[in-house]
Every structure is written in structure tokens, then in C-alpha cells.
Design a protein around this ligand. Structure first.
Ligand code: SF4
Length: 201
């Protein structure tokens, strides 16, 4: 059964030491959501909150994503949510742990887990959120603005849509920037929903 297969892969990922990132994180944060979900959302990596809780997109960026999903008419409980990299790459700064971007090698090594999630969940459409996820799925460095607004095919033939990472809205310099970025995310999620049509038999 696909659910059992996914649980087995998640259990294997919990023991993963394929790159050094497991050494400075609390735990593997595997994807979450139903097998057969029409949409799979893929971010970069878990953040501080996700690392503590062990679930994807539960921190500030996750709350922003939840709001955008509601505004786009997407039910999060029916969506599979995950990240390209499963451990939180961080740098201690006093009592805080600051996010550090995963490098190309870490992304490539960790993508083995995402590939298995896609194979087992079989989403109709994958939404790459942010440049790290988009580059990993396209198979080369990409510019988000050139890919947004249309359905594309990722390197493995998987149908997809590209959008910003919800955390970038939180980093916008002012309120107008935040509103524009948020509206763009909602628009991309609406596009994804319309394109996530059922497979032909
Ligand atoms: S980041 Fe990915 S590849 Fe690296 S140890 Fe964690 S699960 Fe394994």
C-alpha cells in the first residue's frame, strides 16, 4: 500500500546521515499530507519551528502559506507539503538559530527523499516554492520571474508551477511589498489548483 511505502521512506529519512546537516538539527522533517494529493507543495528546508516540532510549514512562513492557501481556495489538509532538504541548516547566534541556505551538494544529496515522495504520492502538480525548490526540480539554476505564471515540466517530467517561498513575504521591506508578494503567491496557488486536473485513465 502506498501509505505504508511512504511511512517506510519517512522512517528511513529519520535516520539519514547522507550529508552533515543532521548534526546541527533536532530531527528530520519529512513531508506531510495524503497519498494521491492533487497538489504537492515543495519548499526549501524546515525552519526553526519546524525543526522543533518535526512538521513542515508550522512556523511563521507556514502561517503565511496557510493564509494564502485559504485565499486561493486550497484545502491544506488535502495537499502534500514538504521541502527539498529535510534538515534545518542553521547557524547558532546567541540563543537563536539563524537560517542558512543549503548548498547545491546538500540539495542534490537530499533530493533522493523528495523524489521518493513524488513517486509514491503521485501528485498531479508540484508547486516549487522559492528558488531552491525550483532549481532542484528543474535540474539547473533558475530565475523565478522567468518561470512564474505558466505550467512547466520539471526535469523528471513532473508537471509543475513555480512561485515564491512564503518566507520571502515576511522579508519584504515594506507593507506594499508584502501585499504585492502575497497577492502573487495567491495567484500562483490558484493557477496550480486549476492545473491540478485529474489524470486521464
Ligand atoms: S539534509 Fe537530507 S541528506 Fe542531509 S542528513 Fe538530512 S535528510 Fe539526509
Amino acid at each position: 500500500m502506498a501509505e505504508n511505502k511512504l511511512a517506510k521512506v519517512a522512517a528511513e529519512a529519520r535516520l539519514c546521515t547522507r550529508c552533515p546537516l543532521y548534526q546541527t538539527a533536532m530531527q528530520t522533517v519529512f513531508g506531510e499530507g495524503p497519498v494521491g494529493a492533487r497538489l504537492m507543495l515543495v519548499g526549501e528546508q524546515p525552519g526553526d519551528q519546524e525543526d522543533l516540532v518535526g512538521k513542515p510549514f508550522v512556523g511563521p512562513a507556514g502561517k503565511m502559506l496557510d493564509k494564502a492557501l485559504i485565499d486561493a481556495g486550497v484545502d491544506r489538509t488535502k495537499v502534500y507539503v514538504t521541502n527539498v532538504v529535510k534538515h534545518f541548516k542553521n547557524e547558532p547566534r546567541g540563543k537563536r538559530r539563524l537560517h542558512r541556505k543549503p548548498n547545491r551538494s546538500e540539495v542534490e544529496v537530499c533530493k533522493v527523499w523528495l523524489d521518493q515522495e513524488i513517486t509514491i504520492v503521485r501528485p498531479q502538480l508540484v508547486v516549487a516554492m522559492g528558488v531552491t525548490a525550483a532549481s532542484a526540480l528543474v535540474g539547473e539554476a533558475v530565475t523565478l520571474s522567468r518561470l512564474r505564471g505558466n505550467e512547466i515540466a520539471f526535469a523528471d517530467g513532473q508537471r509543475g508551477v513555480v512561485t515564491i517561498h512564503p518566507s520571502s513575504i515576511l522579508r519584504a521591506p515594506d507593507e506594499i511589498g508584502r501585499r504585492l508578494a502575497y497577492a502573487g503567491l495567491v495567484k500562483d496557488l490558484k493557477l496550480a489548483l486549476t492545473r491540478a486536473r485529474p489524470r486521464s485513465p
